[in-house]
Design a protein around this ligand. Structure first.
Ligand SMILES: [Fe+2]
Length: 426
């Protein structure tokens, strides 16, 4: 796609380099002039969309260049932006009388300048087309007066920054002017503002990701009616235990996503198997055991979900190697999956099922302790015990035993770790 053309006319090389760094050569085709006459000549030759003009230039000043551009039918469609150190109202009035489209006083905000150029550009291009001007000769002339021979496609740091670096090395006092120093501050402020905007966009993106995952998890929970609230509970417990182990930042986020989506592979398991009230046949069981790999296949191609893969793929592995799908043991199982496994086992025991009441929390804790070192990682179990008081007050955990129990109610305390849903127990 053709880039828009901008002519930068300023007698100071530093300013030309600053503007080059601000705009970047990827989006704009930049031309440079160091005096007023050359600016006029270049404007007629290359027909830029926008002319950025300094006011104080040798030969013709910026007002005069602007006036001539705006009175010549061949060039008056070009948008002219005056870039100057003059803050007095009189100069601005002179700029308006000369026909300037915008007036920027140094130090200018780089973001504001880019924004103004974008605003001016469609109008400049539209007017060019509307006036029947000859089309642009893209790529014909190169950079006619490069700012200190900047290589094409490469933007050096603004000259003022370079100067400061030299100053620091020699230990001499500042060699930049007050205006340049102010301009640097303007850059710093804009950079800060850009970073803050980026941070806000990133946070919003994260919220969208999480909302998407929560919706997916809720859909999974709704389909598997025996495990209402399961996702919220195992996620809450997993995060508490992970924090107890000192996990934070992106690793904690990966665990959050992994716990929410651990059973996403069940999307590929038919209802007749997933919701079967009785025991599964060998064939059905073989299919059920594929859900970690199905899940891995579903999310591995989605960038923001990829970090959830270790939990999704390994959440049925057991510390002693008796799990599935790979029969991994010990620390060969990713830590996140070992943490999740403790949370999942605890939840399976405390939750009401249609056919039995959940275990009291302390009984479930005793069962967890009993299988530390066989089914579960003892180090993670220890962290679970340390986090236990916080685990049992989680609202989702408190709600685990409110689900209705259909049919014959098994008396409290008769459940055990073996009394888990078919896909957990085997
Ligand atoms: Fe599972």
């Amino acid at each position: 796609m053709a880039r828009a053309k901008i002519l930068v006319a300023d007698d100071q090389q530093r300013v030309r380099r600053l503007v080059a760094a601000t705009l970047g050569e990827a989006r704009w085709e930049l031309y440079y002039a160091s005096d007023g006459l050359r600016a006029l000549q270049l404007a007629r030759e290359v027909r830029p969309d926008i002319v950025l003009l300094d006011i104080n230039m040798p030969g013709l000043d910026g007002f005069e260049v602007c006036r001539q551009l705006k009175t010549d039918p061949a060039t008056r469609h070009m948008a002219v932006v005056l870039l100057t150190g003059r803050r007095d109202p009189e100069s601005q009035i002179r700029g308006n009388l000369a026909g300037a489209d915008a007036y920027f006083v140094k130090p200018f905000s780089p973001l504001a300048l880019v924004s103004k150029l974008q605003e001016l550009l469609p109008r400049a291009v539209a007017e060019q087309v509307g006036m029947g001007q000859p089309g642009r000769t893209d790529g014909a002339p190169g950079v006619l007066l490069p700012p200190a021979a900047l290589p094409m496609g490469h933007v050096e740091p603004p000259a003022v920054v370079t100067t400061l670096a030299v100053t620091g090395a020699t230990g001499s006092t500042a060699t930049i002017s007050a205006v340049e120093a102010q301009q640097m501050l303007a850059y710093a402020r804009d950079l800060n503002r850009s970073l803050e905007q980026l941070r806000q966009v990133y946070a919003e993106l994260e919220r969208s990701y999480l909302a998407t995952i929560e919706a997916l998890a809720a859909a999974l929970d709704a389909r598997d009616s025996a495990t209402e609230g399961h996702c919220q509970r195992v996620t809450g417990i997993t995060l508490l235990v992970a924090e107890q182990l000192g996990i934070e930042g992106v690793e904690l986020k990966a665990l959050h996503y992994g716990a929410m989506l651990h059973d996403i592979g069940k999307i590929g398991i038919p209802d007749a198997i997933l919701r079967k009230p009785g025991q599964l046949t060998e064939e059905e069981w073989a299919l059920m055991r594929q859900h970690p790999q199905l899940g891995e296949r579903i999310i591995a191609g989605i960038d923001f979900l990829r970090s959830a893969v270790p939990v999704v793929l390994y959440h049925h592995e057991r510390w002693d190697g008796s799990g599935y799908p790979f029969g991994l043991s010990g620390e060969a199982i990713p830590l996140g999956a070992r943490i999740f496994s403790v949370a999942d086992t605890f939840d399976a025991m405390i939750s009401n099922r249609p056919y039995r009441r959940g275990l009291p929390f302390e009984r479930a804790l005793a069962e967890i302790r009993r299988v530390a070192g066989t089914q579960l990682d003892p180090m993670v179990v220890e962290a679970f015990e340390q986090a236990f008081e916080r685990v049992i007050v989680l609202p989702a955990v408190q709600g685990a035993q409110t689900a209705p129990i259909a049919g014959i109610d098994v008396p409290l305390g008769t459940s055990s770790i073996a009394d888990l849903p078919a896909h957990h127990a085997r």
